[in-house]
Write a new protein. Structure first.
Length: 277
């Protein structure tokens, strides 16, 4: 795939504009990024899956090139609006990481017949409360740095917590991938610091209690070095989703596709081949 094969633009949704890229033909394969990243976290997967799908990735509002604007917004409404803008009228494969996976689940329970398959990476249903031990020190330090205006330190600390993960340090991970995570984090924090826009939630969707309704194939992926909550959430979903399977990627944390892109795609390929997607 060359850059000329990629179509990019902005979808006007509500009062804002959502940046997106699409390439390839076939079943729509939508990639939704994590809250510590933007659409660039899918660089490898976007190019790889554009060979046989219509690959779609986008920056959620207040991430990447989707600038924040005044007023309320909702990620689910933005996703629906993007698919309408792109005239996607067939069932889609949704792949979401972290908050992107929570959004994918919200979409699935509210659009049961518009989803072909789900790939949930380091994800949990929105508002899922679980008892799991967490090391809050890094998260609190990152919040403190952000509140004091030190966005460089805040982005570094967020990257340690989420990309490096438990038991790994900056020198034990892919340096190029790590630099990109810091950069994506820094951009998101610049947007957040503008204090524009208010993200609305839809607690009435309550995907955590409706997982049994999602009767499509689901692949749950979790990094071995991700936090305890994410491992507990993966097991919670595995027990309740009717057609789910789970894989653990060793020596990976919250963004396992960036740790091991080739291995990640092999696992996704096996999943998609098994469902003839």
């Amino acid at each position: 795939m060359t850059q000329t094969d990629v179509k990019s633009g902005f979808a006007g949704i509500g009062s804002g504009r959502i940046y997106y890229e699409t390439a390839g033909e076939g079943t729509p394969f939508v990639m939704i990024h994590a809250g510590v990243a933007d659409s660039r976290m899918w660089n490898h997967e976007f190019a790889y899956y554009a060979r046989r799908y219509q690959a779609i990735r986008y920056d959620m509002r207040r991430f990447g090139r989707s600038e924040p604007v005044e007023g309320e917004f909702n990620d689910l409404e933005d996703l629906n609006g993007l698919l309408e803008h792109l005239q996607i009228n067939r069932p889609v494969i949704l792949m979401g990481c972290s908050m992107g996976g929570g959004l994918a689940l919200d979409f699935a329970v509210t659009n049961l017949y518009r989803v072909r398959a789900l790939i949930l990476v380091g994800s949990a249903p929105n508002n899922l409360a679980l008892e799991a031990e967490e090391d809050e020190e890094l998260y609190e330090a990152a919040e403190k740095a952000f509140s004091e205006g030190d966005l460089d330190l805040a982005a570094e600390l967020e990257t340690r917590a989420w990309f490096d993960g438990a038991g790994r340090g900056p020198r034990q991970v892919n340096p190029d991938a790590r630099r990109l995570v810091v950069e994506m984090n820094r951009t998101a924090m610049e947007h957040a610091a503008k204090k524009l826009g208010k993200r609305k939630s839809h607690p009435e969707i309550n995907a955590a209690e409706r997982l049994e309704e999602i009767r499509v194939p689901v692949l749950i992926v979790v990094g071995a070095q991700d936090n305890d909550y994410m491992h507990a959430a993966a097991d919670y979903m595995l027990e309740r989703l009717p057609f789910a399977s789970k894989v653990i990627i060793e020596n990976a944390a919250h963004l396992p596709n960036m740790d091991h892109p080739e291995q990640f795609c092999r696992l996704v390929d096996e999943f998609l081949a098994g469902i003839n997607a």
